[in-house]
Design a protein around this ligand. Structure first.
Ligand SMILES: *[C@@H]1O[C@H](CO)[C@@H](O)[C@H](O)[C@H]1NC(C)=O
Ligand SMILES: *[C@@H]1O[C@H](CO)[C@@H](O)[C@H](O)[C@H]1NC(C)=O
Ligand SMILES: *[C@@H]1O[C@H](CO)[C@@H](O)[C@H](O)[C@H]1NC(C)=O
Ligand SMILES: *[C@@H]1O[C@H](CO)[C@@H](O)[C@H](O)[C@H]1NC(C)=O
Length: 437
């Protein structure tokens, strides 16, 4: 009797193990894991942390939304693509790509060709699925879908005209900074570059999300524009973050991405970098959080806190702002970057994607009104002012930001400013402190 019992237990474990194994092999799952790693350029930092990432899901903030549903769809699409057109580019495209690609990408295309010769079909499918992610898309830099005739419609006191001129100024500055600091010869957009752009097809709008700069409310607006809800008021926080309603641009095929980038209004909303940083810190580290505390908090406390208590090391809670800044400025960060405090210039690639509209969190109401007017949104749709997380807490203001930065040494302040220098330059924010150079 006992033996039979034991035997069936062993069988059961065997079967469970097999199921887990099969599950791990699931292609959709693999793509999913790939997408969960926050930034490809950080994979180096995070290699040892793969397991942690599958254990702790990133918070469903502006960012993690849509991940799973999208991924399944993506995986299916990718598979279809592979079955139909095993990567072989028309000669003209191939030549154009070669002209514009760097060595690494050349190598990848070379790999692709090698794969083609390979007789092992399974291997081919697997490898090319990942390589497809790197497929470059070339787009023109000069495309603006903003319809100027709309400016003349109900322009009270020349308000629209003033805002339009401000947009021209902001765009010009962004281009100038891009050409000053970035090589202009590289114009290659990979699906990765557009993975943070949300698509609204009805009003031909593309929105690149910048966390901590009003992205939840912009997603509400996009959902109303899309006809998914009749009013922004009706959309609960969880629906914005958990209900996979909005499509990301990287979920379309090459032509779909290319077409939308060239014909839709591409918009971005930014925020004063220090204020955005403090807002992210307060949100992620000053409140209970089952992703940022165990993943970032633990690593930060164990590296930068002398005599840390066992409890702090165990929970990762209670990170001080000074410790957080030490982590941020550390060349050898114990954990990677995160989109909540990464540069806008890296999140949305403004030097690659020529945004038509640059809005600012500081003038959100005015800028949002103007954008909604430009795209011909219903008159009764206005930008909401919900504060999604910790709604009873005061919004991060300039005054609060100053208080946090007062805890730092002048050198740390300078280095943090240097860290966000591109964002300061590109979006014309003035120096946040006296004495910075
Ligand atoms: C954009 O295209 C227009 C003509 O279509 C041209 O006059 C203008 O100079 C171009 N701007 C840039 C920045 O290339
Ligand atoms: C930058 O901002 C200042 C005000 O802070 C403004 O006077 C100036 O015109 C802006 N420059 C650009 C290029 O937007
Ligand atoms: C706005 O107007 C449309 C009809 O034009 C209506 O369906 C919708 O419910 C209105 N929304 C609000 C918030 O009043
Ligand atoms: C850490 O603890 C040791 C002994 O418990 C003490 O000598 C040392 O000064 C402490 N260091 C700090 C930075 O508190």
């Amino acid at each position: 009797m006992r033996l039979t019992c034991m035997f069936s237990f062993i069988l059961l474990f065997g079967a469970a193990g097999l199921i887990v194994f099969i599950h791990l092999q699931d292609p959709a799952e693999m793509v999913h894991q790939q997408r969960l790693a926050p930034e490809p350029w950080l994979n180096g930092h995070l290699k040892g942390m793969k397991f942690e990432f599958s254990l702790h899901q990133p918070e469903k903030d502006c960012t993690a939304n849509n991940q799973y549903g999208d991924t399944m769809e993506n995986a299916a699409k990718q598979l279809m693509k592979i079955n139909q057109v095993v990567p072989s580019y028309p000669p003209y495209q191939y030549a154009a790509m070669l002209q514009n690609t760097n060595r690494r990408q050349k190598k990848m295309m070379f790999l692709k060709r090698e794969n083609k010769k390979s007789t092992e079909r399974k291997l081919l499918k697997k490898k090319s699925r990942f390589l497809l992610k790197e497929t470059p898309i070339l787009i023109a830099m000069n495309s603006s879908a903003v319809d100027l005739t709309r400016l003349e419609i109900d322009d009270k006191n020349g308000k629209w005209k003033k805002l339009y001129e401000m947009q021209i100024e902001r765009k010009k500055l962004m281009r100038d900074i891009c050409s000053k600091y970035k090589s202009s010869s590289r114009r290659i957009i990979t699906p990765y570059h557009v993975s943070r752009i949300f698509v609204e097809d009805k009003h031909k709008l593309l929105y690149c999300e910048v966390p901590k700069a009003g992205c939840s409310n912009w997603k509400r607006v996009l959902m109303v524009l899309n006809g998914l809800a009749s009013s922004t008021k009706d959309i609960h926080h969880n629906t914005v973050h958990y209900g996979n309603y909005l499509k990301r641009l990287d979920s379309f095929d090459r032509n779909g991405i290319f077409y939308r980038l060239n014909t839709y209004t591409k918009m971005i909303f930014v925020r004063e970098p220090f204020e955005r940083l403090v807002s992210a810190f307060r949100d992620k580290f000053e409140h209970a959080n089952n992703y940022y505390h165990p993943v970032f908090g633990k690593a930060i406390i164990s590296k930068y806190r002398k005599n840390a208590t066992k409890e702090a090391l165990w929970t990762g809670s209670g990170v001080h702002f000074t410790e957080f800044i030490q982590y941020l400025l550390d060349v050898h960060r114990p954990v990677g970057m995160d989109i909540h405090w990464d540069h806008v210039s890296r999140l949305c690639s403004p030097c690659l994607i020529d945004y038509d509209f640059i809005g600012k969190f500081e003038s959100m109401e005015e800028d949002a009104d103007f954008l909604l007017h430009l795209i011909g949104a219903p008159k009764n749709l206005t930008f909401p002012r919900f504060k999604d997380r910790h709604s009873n807490e005061e919004r991060t203001t300039n005054k609060i930001t100053q208080q946090y930065f007062a805890q730092l040494s002048p050198t740390e302040r300078q280095r943090t400013y240097d860290f966000y220098y591109m964002d300061y330059q590109m979006f014309n924010y003035s120096k946040p402190f006296e004495g910075l150079y």
